[in-house]
Design a binder for this molecule. Structure first.
Ligand code: ADP
Ligand code: ZN
Length: 761
């Protein structure tokens, strides 16, 4: 069957050559991987029904294939080329407020992502479908007086008495129940024109958090009070400012955030509180819900209905405090007064799909556009933010140098594992010092946290006879053995396979060994060493669902668990009063790989996990096992001296022209055929170089093309090129030019443009 063409399109080919027309022109950003805007004429039938931010359907290309896109502007203007008409509407209104639309345009430009795709990322699909909305029929009294010749029944009277004209419409079901009347009675009134009904889709109430309100018994200490005063001053001044709360772990930063949010709510506004990981929302949500009656939570674990209802509750200001991970930075608050970004240095704030935005930077941009303050906080600032506090007057640093209640900082001990290296297994695992400390901790009925950077059982599996290592068939990495299901898992592509016991090399057939420790192996070792201790493991294998994490936190709080073994997810933000020992196993694994931020990450990780210890009366004790005991980041972390670490590291970054002294954009070209990937990467590099003007000193330079440190991923060969500029503005200008001249299109399966990359693998 031949499909009928979209409605009478030919009627609208209204341009005779040389003619000039005037009318309403709609600019559209398609939600497709095309990086350009298109113009359309608004057909009279749709006049007045389109606004920027709304999704509409338009014909694209010579054949007029219908595609979805966002209306980005509606103007009266003249045109002299053939413009096709808009085909139809998808949404009956815009789900993007003017400020989000403006933020979206900035994102699309800054992060080099097609506008349509960027805007699509700002509003979840379930919100547009109005998931969880119910259809309700409302009824209202019309202006028409009752014709006295008609006698009204008692029930009819009751209904009319209940409704006055000009009142807001009432819910039909409730009204009928109240007046004990039937639908027939109601319908007779509608027929006579005395009542009118209208059908709406209304949201059910958003999920709420059941926590009894509790105010703390302590008063703020002097440092907190000074910080709160300063932040209140910024909020009252009603302008854009970045406040940086630099406070050691346990210094009471959350209390300062809470007081800041109070001030904003008192002024009738809303606040967004961003946390880097879903795991961290759990404890924080209970803490904030005890202080604020109307908290909303946004994270990736919500169901579609929960997400949609939460979104509309925020939009209608039924919820004024929004806590959430990445996408919460786009919370549709009509009256946003403050954005808090806790643990602003966290890499998980970077979105790993286009648009590849960094939440902290988007938060700052949104605050700037709205003219409101933003509050960043951490014990281990990113060097970008630290440097901004030094060089920009609108960044204000506020210090909380000591723990609350004058609790001491935990004591750090570095254990050199080179001496403990075990010949038999080749596994540096638990040092004697750590084992002794665990004994002491359990004897005193205190709790311990052990951090191991790798999940799984063994980090690789290989043959001691022929030195063959089992690698992923699709990625250039070792596979990881997971003992629970006796299988091999690639942590990059997720491919699984049953674990062999014999070397697959037919001429060898040796017995395979498991090398390198993962969280499962440590758990197993501890169960042998401490059969009476109650252990829990927290990694992405055991914590698939947010409920599992909630349960773990409850168990640690109620002391049903003595020791948690886990990956990075247990390092951050949690506040447990009875944890007195923290152990870090294999602290140097972050140093492997060529990432220029590896020292910074090591400092952050060690400081953060150490901060979990000694947060109440039991003094904290931290043991760090490492093969690189002399690493400057470790000794700085052991002394709790962030400023010294930052000074040294910034000096190095300046010498090597790396961020925060420069800006980087990373281009990754991938293709299943290696030479094709390489050729495309060469072409791309030449294209990039062609837009850099020759000047001395040069305004930009390129590094590469070179194979990525993860050379093959999911069957694709990967090459990278890095563009480096002195400033963000220069970077945006180059990217504009590359996009405008279509120089980013090369012959490879995929190309990824990552502005301000945080991962270099
Ligand atoms: P941070 O976020 O800086 O690590 P938190 O805000 O989590 O610190 O505070 C650590 C603990 O100290 C929390 O249990 C908190 O309730 C408590 N606390 C905060 N401020 C004070 C204070 N002024 N006096 C006593 N305890 C406090
Ligand atoms: Zn793989």
């Amino acid at each position: 069957m031949v499909k009928p063409r979209a409605h009478a399109e030919s009627e609208f080919l209204w341009i005779e050559s040389g003619e000039l027309k005037t009318g309403t022109v709609v600019t559209v950003a398609p939600i497709a991987p095309v990086d350009r805007l298109y113009s359309y004429v608004l057909p009279p039938a749709l006049a007045g029904r389109i606004e920027p931010g709304q999704r509409i359907r338009v014909p694209i290309g010579k054949r007029g294939r219908l595609a979805d896109g966002f209306c980005v502007s509606v103007d009266q203007r003249s045109w002299d080329a053939t413009l096709k008409p808009v085909h139809s509407l998808i949404d009956d209104r815009s789900f993007l407020t003017a400020d989000l639309l403006e933020l979206g345009s900035w994102l699309a430009r800054y992060y080099c992502c097609p506008l349509g795709r960027t805007l699509a990322a700002l509003v979840p699909e379930t919100v547009r479908r109005q998931a969880g909305f119910r259809r309700v029929t409302l009824v209202r009294r019309t202006d028409q007086p009752n014709d006295p010749t008609h006698k009204l029944g008692a029930k009819q009277r009751a209904i009319l008495d209940r409704l006055q004209s000009g009142d807001t419409p009432a819910d039909t079901v409730a009204l009928l129940r109240e007046c004990d009347a039937s639908t027939t009675t109601l319908r007779s009134l509608v027929r006579r024109g005395l009542l009118a009904t209208e059908t709406h889709r209304l949201p059910a109430d958003a999920p709420s958090i059941d926590v009894p309100p509790v105010e703390p018994t302590f008063a703020l200490n002097d440092a907190q009070r000074a910080a709160v005063e300063q932040v209140h001053g910024m909020i009252d001044a009603r302008g854009f400012r970045v406040a940086y709360l630099f406070g050691v772990s346990g210094s009471g930063k959350t209390e300062v955030y809470i007081h800041a949010i109070r001030r904003v709510l008192a002024a009738g506004k809303q606040a967004v509180f961003l946390v880097p990981e879903i795991a961290l929302t759990t404890q924080l949500v209970s803490r904030l819900a005890a202080r604020f009656p109307d908290v909303a939570v946004i994270h990736s674990g919500l169901t579609g209905v929960q997400r949609s209802l939460t979104w509309s509750a925020i939009h209608d200001q039924r919820r004024r405090v929004v806590i959430g991970t990445r996408s919460a930075v786009f919370a549709p608050c009509p009256a946003l007064g403050l954005i808090v970004v806790d643990e602003e240095q966290e890499p998980s704030y970077k979105n790993l799909r286009a648009p590849r935005y960094h939440v902290r930077d988007v938060a700052i941009k949104r605050a700037q556009q709205l003219g409101i303050p933003v509050l960043l906080g951490s014990a281990t600032p990113s060097l970008e933010s630290w440097h901004n506090c030094i060089r920009h007057s609108h960044f204000v640093r506020i210090d909380l140098p000591r723990r609350v209640r004058d609790l001491p900082m935990p004591e750090l001990h570095i254990v050199d594992m080179n001496g403990e290296y075990k010949e038999t297994t080749g596994v540096p695992d638990l040092s004697h010092q750590l084992v002794r400390a665990l004994h002491r901790t359990f004897d005193r009925r205190e709790q311990a946290i052990l951090l191991i950077n790798r999940r799984g059982y063994a980090t690789w599996i290989g043959c001691p006879r022929c030195r063959h290592r089992i690698r992923c068939t699709h990625c250039d990495v070792n596979v990881v053995y997971h003992s629970a299901r006796r299988e091999l898992l690639c942590h990059y592509c997720g491919r699984r396979a049953p674990a062999p016991t014999q070397c697959p090399n037919p001429s060898c057939g040796g017995k395979l060994v498991h090398v390198g420790v993962g969280s499962q192996r440590i758990e197993e070792l501890l169960r042998k060493l401490f059969p009476n201790a109650r252990l829990a493991r927290a990694d992405s294998d055991t914590m698939r669902h947010p409920d599992a994490y909630r349960q773990l936190i409850a168990d640690v709080e109620s002391r049903a668990i003595d020791c948690v073994v886990g990956t990075q997810m247990i390092a951050k933000g949690l506040d447990f009063p009875f944890v007195s020992l923290v152990g870090v196993i294999g602290a140097d694994t972050t140093l492997a790989g060529a990432d220029f931020r590896s020292s910074e990450r090591l400092f952050q990780l060690v400081t953060q996990v150490a901060g979990r210890a000694g947060r109440a009366d039991a003094p904290g004790h931290v043991i760090i096992q490492t093969l690189a005991p002399d690493h400057p980041a470790l000794s700085a972390a052991a002394h709790g001296d962030f400023a010294k670490f930052a000074d040294d590291e910034l000096e190095l970054r300046q010498r090597t022209a790396l961020p925060p002294f420069t800006r980087l954009t990373r281009f990754v070209v991938a293709d299943p055929i290696a030479p094709r990937a390489q050729a495309a990467a060469r072409e791309l590099t030449a294209n990039i170089q062609s837009v850099i003007p020759t000047a001395s000193p040069p305004t930009a330079d390129t590094l590469g093309p070179m194979p990525c440190s993860l050379t093959r991923l999911r069957g694709q060969y990967r090459f990278e090129t890095i563009l480096r500029t002195a400033s963000a503005a220069t970077m945006s200008a180059f990217l504009d030019e590359l996009r405008g001249r279509r120089l980013l299109r090369v012959k490879a399966k995929s190309i990824v443009v990552d502005v301000d990359p945080v991962s270099m693998t």
